[in-house]
Design a protein around this ligand. Structure first.
Ligand SMILES: Cc1ncc(C[n+]2csc(CCOP(=O)(O)OP(=O)(O)O)c2C)c(N)n1
Ligand SMILES: [Mg+2]
Length: 655
């Protein structure tokens, strides 16, 4: 090893390697190979390079470490234990067990010290771009005395093979994110075998082409001083994000499986572990050994970080009040006055969003808005906002380029970093392009807002490729995501209000086409999930339920039906998921027991059986034609609602 390696260094690395084998062995599942190989890197990061205070893991100016190779979670857990950040040895012994603090992959909000949920390869790397954008923005606003930290990422072959790495790294290069350092664990192994089975990309050249500072570290995985130097140099880079290509050997120093794909996740047997521990210098008949002096060594090694945090607290107490407030409440604390729109006015809900968003912007310092090249189309243009760029790092308008997936992950990173509430827009049909990032938002509870516009066949001429069908149903099926489809401008303002104050991600599904402002809609109705628009109709014979653009069809249908002597209640259901979570009594106050329910939504009917006797919808792909013709051809019309009600009531009467 290197010139400055101490007994503490050697013992710490041996300890990490032992834990990396023992925890998966105890769980009979897990991934030791990469954790073992990267033990020296993790040790150098946590003892020599990263700025953090183990006694205050939530310190806002800490360096962030994102283990994008989430399968190597035991590496992070071992470090959190050894540095005294909340995980006990018993927690490590309960690796991957029910209710433990050490789940299979790192979970944000579950384990202290885990900055974001990782495991779906590539997400961590892309999320880290959001962390770095957040840091740089806050630094520009509040100064380097208060904000000055680095985002470190450990990424493997899988993270780089994933397509999202292209979008995210390309964006990071364009943004010249010099506060971002990715360590690429170049072990040339994935699960199926050597990477050359499926990949011959020159990754270094790829990142250089994005404008990154690419450092060929070579075979320094065991050389602590060299690692320290290269990491510190990367931190000092002022112009570009850095990719450190670190050649490592999965499973090192196993005598049997070093450099073998088997080391990735196949359990080492007891004898294999014993042979490896002998090489490492750990007692062979003992599991979960923490060598003497290791914990104390980290206490000593982190004195610098504790001091920096104490210093920071002093500065923050005097000049950091606004920063602390923004970190705590990025959406501000002002009470917004809900706009009153005139009934009958004709406003696309995407435009209503823009109005509401701009009403919010002044009071919400952390609100940032962006889009994947559809800024005006999706209502996310903040008036007067500067574009976020290397020269205006705290601009509030983010041009993501046509990179929906990176947009989703970057939004997560900005929210999870703290201080920001991002809203990002694209056409609803392309929500599929960022769905894996939406799922991370839902898993982590990141407060982000999606403006998904052009939310139906109302897109018209662009045709089936651009007309969402199954998207509402499929997003509603995702736990932890609010899916809101407001009926008009009034509900849109209420939906944004709810999303800004919510405790997780919200998808706003908004119309391209103008919609009438309806009588009876309420901004505060959105939080109810569904509510009655025409309370004056007593003892209804039927309830018509609509969402978004179809609520106005229900209103019209009710008027027709009144002419036929049929009393119809109209319910707007902007958030079906929220409605289904209400108590039975609350639901029955809206949908009286025994009264037939006809629902209508310009999308798949999947899911509506929960409340509707008959669900009118579209269980096929759309059509390319002017929107009114498409609505007619696919039966999303007032007449269809009226005819359906007659059929339902006739059937009931005939029974
Ligand atoms: C999006 C995604 N696809 C597939 C997997 C399953 N998976 C977990 S680890 C892995 C191989 C990763 O290879 P690499 O990143 O090189 O990690 P190493 O084996 O070197 O630790 C795969 C395919 C996953 N976690 N995420
Ligand atoms: Mg690999």
């Amino acid at each position: 090893m290197s010139r400055n390696t101490t007994q503490f260094d050697r013992d710490a690395i041996a300890t990490i390697r032992g834990l990396a084998m023992d925890a998966p062995a105890a769980a009979n599942s897990g991934h030791q190979g990469t954790a073992m190989a990267l033990a020296p890197l993790a040790h150098v990061l946590f003892s020599r390079v990263m700025r953090y205070d183990p006694t205050d893991p939530a310190w806002s100016d800490r360096d962030r470490l994102i283990l994008s190779a989430g399968h190597a979670s035991i590496l992070l857990y071992a470090m959190l234990h050894l540095t005294g950040q909340g995980l006990s040895l018993d927690d490590l012994k309960a690796f991957r067990q029910l209710g433990s603090a050490t789940p299979g992959h790192p979970e944000f909000g579950h384990t202290i010290g885990v900055e974001t949920t990782t495991g779906p390869l590539g997400q961590g790397l892309a999320t880290a771009v959001g962390f770095a954008l957040a840091e740089r923005s806050l630094r520009a606003t509040y100064g380097a005395d208060l904000v000055n930290h680095t985002t470190w990422v450990i990424a493997g072959d899988g993270c780089l093979e994933e397509g999202i790495s292209h979008e995210a790294a390309s964006l990071a290069g364009h943004q010249k994110l010099s506060n971002l350092v990715v360590i690429y664990d170049d072990n040339r192994i994935t699960i199926d075998g050597l990477t050359n089975l499926a990949n011959s990309t020159d990754e270094a050249a790829r990142f250089a082409a994005y404008g990154w500072n690419v450092v060929h570290a070579g075979e320094i995985g065991e050389d602590l001083d060299a690692l320290e130097d290269i990491l510190n140099e990367a931190r000092e880079e002022a112009m570009r994000p850095t990719l450190i290509v670190l050649r490592t050997h999965v499973g090192f120093p196993s005598p049997d499986w070093t450099d073998s794909p088997k080391a990735h996740g196949l359990a080492f047997g007891a004898e294999h572990i014993a042979r490896t521990k002998e090489i490492i210098g750990l007692p062979i008949n003992e599991a979960f050994t923490v060598l003497p002096g290791v914990i104390d060594g980290y206490v000593e090694a982190t004195a610098r970080g504790r001091e920096a945090a104490a210093q920071w607290q002093k500065i923050a107490a005097t000049s950091g009040v606004a920063l602390v407030e923004q970190l705590a409440r990025p959406m501000g604390s002002g009470n917004r006055v809900m706009p009153t729109e005139e009934v009958g006015a004709s406003i696309a809900t995407r435009n209503a969003l823009k109005t509401a968003l701009n009403d919010w912007a002044a009071a919400a310092p952390g609100l940032v808005a962006g889009s994947a090249d559809l800024t005006e189309n999706t209502g996310v243009a903040l008036s007067g906002a500067t574009a976020l760029s290397p020269t205006t790092p705290n601009g509030r308008q983010i041009y993501f380029g046509i990179r929906e997936h990176a947009m989703g992950a970057v939004m997560n990173g900005m929210a999870l970093h703290g201080g920001f509430l991002p809203i990002g827009g694209t056409f609803f049909v392309f929500s599929d392009y960022l769905r894996p990032a939406i799922r991370i938002a839902a898993l982590t509870g990141a407060r982000v807002i999606y403006s998904f516009t052009h939310d139906s066949i109302g897109v018209g001429e662009d045709g089936p490729t651009h007309q969402p069908i199954e998207h509402l149903a499929s997003l509603r099926a995702m736990p932890g995501l609010s899916v809101i489809r407001p009926a008009d401008a009034v509900e849109t303002a209420g939906a944004l209000d709810l999303a800004m104050n919510g405790d997780g991600p919200t998808a706003l599904c908004l119309s391209r086409q103008n919609l009438p402002v309806l009588s009876g809609t309420r901004a505060d109705g959105v939080r109810l999930g569904g509510y009655v628009l025409n309370d004056e109709v007593a003892s209804p014979a039927v309830v018509l339920v609509g969402t978004g653009s179809e609520v106005s069809l229900c209103v019209e249908a009710a008027q027709h039906l009144a002419g036929d002597g049929i009393a119809a209640r109209v319910v707007s259901m902007p958030d079906l998921g929220a409605f289904l979570n209400k108590s039975r009594a609350e639901r029955e106050a809206v949908l009286p027991r025994g009264v037939p329910v006809v629902s209508i939504e310009a999308g798949a009917t999947f899911g509506w059986a929960a409340i509707a006797d008959v669900a009118i919808g579209i269980d096929r792909f759309g059509l390319s034609a002017p929107a009114p013709e498409v609505f007619t051809a696919l039966g999303i019309t007032t007449q269809h609602v009226v005819a359906t009600v007659h059929a339902v009531l006739n059937e009931r009467g005939a029974q």
